[in-house]
Every structure is written in C-alpha cells, then in structure tokens.
Design a protein around this ligand. Structure first.
Ligand code: KG4
Ligand code: ZN
Length: 356
C-alpha cells in the first residue's frame, strides 16, 4: 500500500460513514474538456465544459491528437472555472474523480493525470470512473427519486447498449451494437450531407418539417441475440440515396433526415421495449432510463415517453445538458463508488476499451 493510500484512508472512511462528499470531477474522454463540482452525488454545484467542436468540425470528426492537445490547453482554466462557479476552494474538496475509460487514450490521460495530481496535492481519495456508467448516472442528477433497478438504453457516439442496472454497482449488458453506434451513424450521414459535426443535432434540425415516411428502410435480421443493434445496413442505404441524387434539394434532404431519424428511433425503441417485456415477466419490476449523446434526440425522447406511458412503465431521462459528455455525471458515479468505500491508487491507467 502506498503512503498516499494510507494517508487518505481516514478521509475515505469518513465519506463512507457520512455518505456525504463534495467531489471535483474530470472528464476528457473525447472532445469536451469538462470539470464539475458535485455535492453528495446528485447536487451539481458547477459543470464547466470547453467544447472543441469548432476545431474538429474542420475535419468532419474528432482528430485524437488535436483533442489531447486542446484538453491540455484548457484543463487548468476549466478546473479553476468549475471551482469559482461552485463558490468553493480546493480546501472544500473531499475527493477527486476522473473518467479512466472508455475513450481516446491520449484524451482520457489528460483529465486522469490532472485529477491524480490534484488528489495527491490535496491528500484526498481518488477514484476512477467508467465513462459509460457515468452516462447512466446522469439520470440520477436529473431525477432525484430514481433508484435501481432499471433498464438503461445507452446511446452515444461510440456505444449502443441495453444495460440492466440492478443496483448502484451491478451493470449487465444485455444487448450491444454489432457494428456502428447510433451516434456514429448520425455523424456519418451528417458528414455525407455536408451538415457538420457532431451530426445528431444537425440531422434532427434538418429533419424537422421533413416527411419521416418518405423513405422506408428494411430492418436487419439478427442471428443470435435478437436484442442486439445494427446500423451499418441503414447507414449504407441512406448513403446510397444521398450519393445517387446529384444536387439534392433542401426538401429532399429534410425527408431523408426525418426518415433516417425515425428508423433509428424505431430500431432502438423496439428492442428496448422487447427487453423490458422480458425483464418484467419476473418478480422484479424494471423502469426505463436513457443515456448518452443520442438521448438528446427529440424524436427518441418522444417515442420513449409515449411508449413507456402506454405500458405504464416509469421513464427517466437526463436533462439535455447531461446527455452529451460532461463531468457532472462522472462526479455522480464517482460519489456512489466512494460511499461504498471504493477508490483507486494513483497508478490507475487509462483503458481505451473499458467495458461496462
Ligand atoms: O455521449 P456523447 O457526447 O459522446 C460519446 O461518449 O460518444 O455522444 C456524442 C454523440 C454524437 O455521435 C452525436 O452526434 C450524438 O451523440 N448526438 C445526437 C444528438 N445530440 C448528440 N444524436 C442524435 N440527436 C441529437 N440531438
Ligand atoms: Zn460519452
């Protein structure tokens, strides 16, 4: 056991006993440099994010090396901003948490190393957080009454998963994508249409006013786990339509965006409710939550709200600002690890392909 570990053990024990802590949280897994101060898990005192969208937009997607450099340039100012906005100083911080994966390894390392440095200099416990568990925890911030068990549809730029959350520490993946993630499909179609990065919000806006039934797409037949997702066939079909139409009119663009968005939503919602039907046949009743950048999608939120209402299943979603990457959700998930007495040593490394 390292000296740092021994020195901070009493502080961790106090957090476990009191179930209270003000944490400083770092998130730099992709293209957002984000630092938050979170009190007792669900109270966000500040959440400051420096977005790199403008620079990556020039290339049509995230350039990993550029992302790492931009994180290094911004992290100190973002951290100072988060403390100032929360109205706290370093002396008020009881623990430091950071994403340690999954994500772009060079990007993750910036926030992780900053967090470890702060934890060491303050002599407070440090804990690493799985970014995808963080996305799920965003639901706790926006829905103070939410408790496990629930099924969470996790849809981001890198993941499309159905995760059974049985407690604050038990996560079981029951479905995943076989190819592209939902957000990745939005981003690729947007790039093909010249609409910009990240694609989700551009496709959503362009689709407003379009005919969502203008195009119908065949749904993939899955071998094995029927609950798994696949978006590459849909993406190719949409790409072929776009490439086949020279000088596409704005009206046609609106129709293709609306139809694509509707198809993705149906694919996600159908599997989600099929999984819920199966789960809720047992004695335990699962509610539904959604998480990740694609959870900001208007059509998806509306579909999940109306279908869960019809089935009488409670539905939870994070506020839009906590759907895409942010440090507040990392602070929330980190808090629940800390109050279980969990923490990491300062040797914790970044794990780019960390599983849930
Ligand atoms: O969770 P996130 O911020 O980063 C990852 O962990 O990947 O998710 C980013 C993804 C991008 O692919 C982006 O296009 C998508 O979320 N996204 C959306 C919307 N807002 C963001 N997709 C559909 N509709 C939206 N409104
Ligand atoms: Zn994310």
């Amino acid at each position: 056991m390292t000296d740092y570990f021994k020195r901070t053990q009493n502080k961790l024990s106090r957090i476990v006993e009191s179930k209270a802590a003000t944490v400083l949280a770092f998130e730099t897994s992709c293209d957002d440099t984000s630092v938050a101060v979170v009190k007792n898990g669900r109270e966000v005192l500040s959440n400051v994010t420096a977005s790199q969208i403008a620079v990556h937009n020039l290339y049509g997607g995230v350039v990993p090396e550029v992302a790492s450099r931009k994180h290094i340039e911004s992290i100190s100012a973002v951290a100072k901003g988060a403390l100032a906005e929360a109205g706290v100083g370093f002396g008020d911080i009881d623990a430091v948490v950071s994403t340690y994966g999954p994500g772009l390894v060079g990007a993750v390392l910036v926030g992780l190393n900053a967090a470890k440095g702060v934890a060491l200099s303050l002599d407070v416990p440090f804990v690493g957080v799985n970014h995808m568990r963080g996305h799920i925890a965003a639901n706790y911030i926006s829905n103070k009454e939410l408790e496990p068990p629930f099924l969470c549809l996790v849809v981001s730029g890198g993941h499309s998963q159905l995760i059974r959350v049985d407690s604050y520490s038990e996560f079981t993946q029951i479905a995943a994508t076989r190819d592209d993630a939902a957000g990745e499909a939005f981003d690729k179609i947007s790039r093909e249409l010249g609409l910009g990065y990240p694609g989700g919000i551009h496709i959503q806006k362009m689709g407003e006013g379009g005919n969502e039934r203008a195009y119908t797409f065949t749904r993939p037949k899955m071998k094995g786990n029927q609950l798994d997702f696949s978006f590459s066939g849909l993406k190719t079909a949409v790409m072929n339509i776009i490439r086949g139409e020279k000088n596409m009119s704005e009206a046609a663009m609106r129709d293709i965006c609306a139809s694509f968005n509707r198809t993705v939503v149906q694919m996600l919602a159908d599997n989600t409710f099929e999984a819920l039907d199966e789960l809720n046949q047992g004695g335990k009743k699962y509610s539904l939550a959604v998480a990740g950048g694609v959870a900001a999608n208007k059509m998806l939120r509306e579909a999940l709200i109306s279908r869960s209402a019809k089935k009488g299943i409670p539905f939870y979603s994070p506020e839009i600002k906590y759907c895409t990457d942010n440090a507040a959700m990392i602070g929330c998930e980190g808090f629940y690890r800390l109050i279980r007495g969990e923490r990491d040593d300062l040797t914790l490394n970044a794990i780019p392909y960390l599983e849930i």
